[in-house]
Design a protein around this ligand. Structure first.
Ligand SMILES: C[S@@+](CC[C@H](N)C(=O)[O-])C[C@H]1O[C@@H](n2cnc3c(N)ncnc32)[C@H](O)[C@@H]1O
Length: 291
């Protein structure tokens, strides 16, 4: 029932089908050496949940900013494995999670069967009823170009409805990304193609995009958030395996080991303290109201 209801609410079924097929091809296979489409980031929901719970745990603070109310309709955009969607539902709001990764949606549905999760692209979706709020944590920086996503957000909000979002800001992970690039260069491997997928804007840049889409920015902040990675010495390696990019997933075990050592050697002085790795996250937090 849930499956057919969710599908009925989806906008473009053919795009969703193509995406689901593309992503399902890799489901459960672990990193593959060939056929990984570099234009779409691949997610491993099990690894994401096991080692990177900090992503959604930091997002709990952003739910405070959303302040969901009983009965409100809220959309969690780029909901991933659904932990924050579930936290929002605890408020009594009627929440829907949306994500374009079939694997993430599958895991979210298994963990929270009473919540509606929809497989769709944030750049191209429609719902029959408007939402009171759109919430998004750690996801908008994967949604490039940002303009169609802002247009979809505006389209799905009622006038007076709110967007509450936190994601990577200009300068996010600067040291780690530079180390990845240098390690790949030194090994004679192709450049980090996924760099082209990431969108880390300044406040002025992103506010301009929202305002061009009838979303008036009422609050915006950029801040450094050095983030401790779990599992001591292994923290950086785990991070690289989830967030290091499709190019890293393509490496052979021997190449990967050399790559990880090269990245760690460059960063140890600045990002490793007292047995813990810290990722140099920098976030933008933004609130906008639909005109
Ligand atoms: C780092 S995860 C964050 C998940 C969740 N919001 C959390 O806080 O744990 C980013 C999510 O954005 C999703 N995503 C990326 N691009 C997307 C797009 N164009 N449309 C919908 N979801 C997208 C990914 O599939 C992934 O699940």
């Amino acid at each position: 029932m849930r499956e057919s209801r969710s599908r009925g609410e989806m906008g473009n079924r053919s795009i969703q089908f193509i995406l689901a097929r593309k992503e399902n091809r890799f489901l459960g296979d672990g990193p593959m050496k060939e056929n990984l489409p570099s234009q779409i980031k691949q997610w491993d929901p099990a690894l994401y949940d096991r080692k990177h719970s900090f992503v959604w745990k930091y997002g709990e603070e952003v739910i405070g900013l959303l302040a969901p109310q009983q009965g409100e309709r809220i959309l969690d955009l780029g909901c991933g494995t659904g932990h924050l969607t579930q936290r929002i539902a605890l408020s009594g709001a009627r929440v829907t999670g949306l994500d374009r990764s079939a694997q993430m949606i599958e895991q979210a549905r298994a963990a929270y069967p009473n919540i509606e999760f929809v497989l769709a692209d944030a750049a191209n979706f429609e719902f029959p009823q408007p939402f009171d709020g759109v919430f998004s944590n750690a996801a908008l920086h994967w949604m490039k170009p940002p303009e169609p996503v802002a247009a979809s957000i505006a389209r799905c909000l009622r006038p007076g409805g709110r967007l509450i979002a936190e994601f990577g800001a200009k300068g996010n992970l600067k040291a780690i990304h530079a180390a990845i690039k240098r390690a790949l260069d030194a090994m004679g491997l192709p450049a980090d193609e996924e760099a082209n997928l990431r969108y880390y804007p300044s406040i002025a840049e992103y506010a301009g995009i929202l305002e061009a889409n009838r979303l008036e920015v009422t609050y915006a902040k950029i801040f450094d958030r050095p983030t401790p990675l779990e599992e001591g010495e292994n923290g950086l390696r785990n991070w690289l395996r989830t967030f290091g990019g499709n190019d890293v997933a393509r490496l052979s075990p021997a190449e990967r080991s050399e790559f990880e050592t090269r990245v760690a050697d460059q960063l140890r002085l600045t990002l490793y303290r007292d047995g813990t790795w810290f990722a140099d996250y920098r976030r933008i937090r933004i609130v906008a109201i639909r005109e």
